[in-house]
Design a protein around this ligand. Structure first.
Ligand SMILES: [Zn+2]
Ligand SMILES: [Zn+2]
Length: 308
């Protein structure tokens, strides 16, 4: 188990792609698997720029079926097809996902040489992966919608202070102990339950589109990374549809949920000067970043580092 994951913002804008911001998409790598959250229009271009490979995507999670969150799906699928993919692709989404993906797959004459499995999820459904889970959570947007909470399993460290105190020297057998097996060193039996300290796994939550929701705050409590929709500033809200969050809403929710770090996504193309968004957010929740296309981050043991 690697206990580290990285993610890249592929698209961070709202409604329509612009040269600076494609629409909502994020890719996350963990333990040899690649997960994708939402698939904005033309996103295979950003995937190509990101250093991640479209061929390696294992699972695609769609938050809801508004165009700015899934119009990139046919492009991604046909990019994989042209690349000769044979590996099965799993797609997850809210109710009606099967119907919408089927419509995409029956458009035109393109041949797709791999299996696509579509799974419809309701909130609280859990997808299990290798040493991680992805849980669907309830969001409040308008059409059927869900957010996703990725969580790595807790791991264990050896209680080295106690080992030192009791004069037990480091041994290759420690690996077995960490795997939960009883070991014997110098005639002394060491039980995992006595010598291992649990280390909480890191977590990553992505809301997709939603207005401020107490229920979202509950689901994402204490996460390492929260990527929350925030389309506009509170003062501009009257011009927007109320199924969305403001910068202030996202920051308030991050504060309430006591998350480690907040990233704002789904930024309206009307904002050229991002410092006004950042200023509004950090007044409420200091540990906030305005995400930009192709920003990459590494997460390890509750710490975030921006990567090149
Ligand atoms: Zn939407
Ligand atoms: Zn949207």
């Amino acid at each position: 188990m690697t206990a580290v994951f990285d993610f890249v913002f592929l698209g961070t804008g709202a409604m329509k792609p612009t040269p600076k911001r494609f629409t909502s998409s994020i890719m996350l790598r963990y333990n040899g698997e690649v997960l994708m959250f939402d698939v904005g229009e033309g996103i295979q271009i950003r995937v190509g720029q990101s250093g991640f490979s479209p061929m390696k995507v294992d699972k695609i999670f769609i938050t809801h079926f508004h165009g700015d969150h899934f119009y990139g799906l046919p492009g991604m699928i046909f990019t994989m097809a042209k690349g000769g993919r044979t590996k099965k692709l799993r797609i997850y989404g809210p109710p009606r996902a099967k119907e919408f993906v089927n419509q995409i797959m029956t458009l035109g004459y393109g041949h797709v040489p791999f299996e696509i499995e579509v799974n419809e999820l309701n909130h609280d459904d859990v997808v299990k992966g290798k040493n991680y889970t992805v849980k669907a959570f309830r969001t409040d947007h308008g059409p059927p919608s869900i957010g996703y909470l990725f969580r790595e399993e807790d791991s264990f460290n050896i209680d080295s202070d106690r080992m030192k105190k009791e004069g037990i020297k480091s041994s290759p057998k420690f690996r077995l102990l960490k795997e939960g097996k009883t070991i014997e060193i110098d005639g002394k039996k060491l039980e995992p339950s006595e010598w291992l300290i649990p280390v909480k796994g890191d977590s990553f939550a992505y809301t997709g589109d939603t207005k401020y929701s107490e229920s979202v705050a509950e689901y994402v409590k204490g996460v390492t990374v929260l990527v929350h929709e925030s389309t506009y500033l509170e003062k501009d809200g009257s011009q927007f549809d109320r199924g969305h969050s403001s910068v202030e809403d996202a920051a308030k929710l991050a504060k309430k949920a006591k998350v480690n770090t907040l990233f704002l996504i789904h930024i309206s193309p009307r904002y050229m000067d991002l410092s006004v968004l950042k200023d509004a957010a950090i007044k409420i929740f200091p540990q906030t970043y305005i995400s930009r296309d192709l920003d990459k981050w590494i997460v390890k043991k509750n710490k975030l580092v921006q990567s090149k």
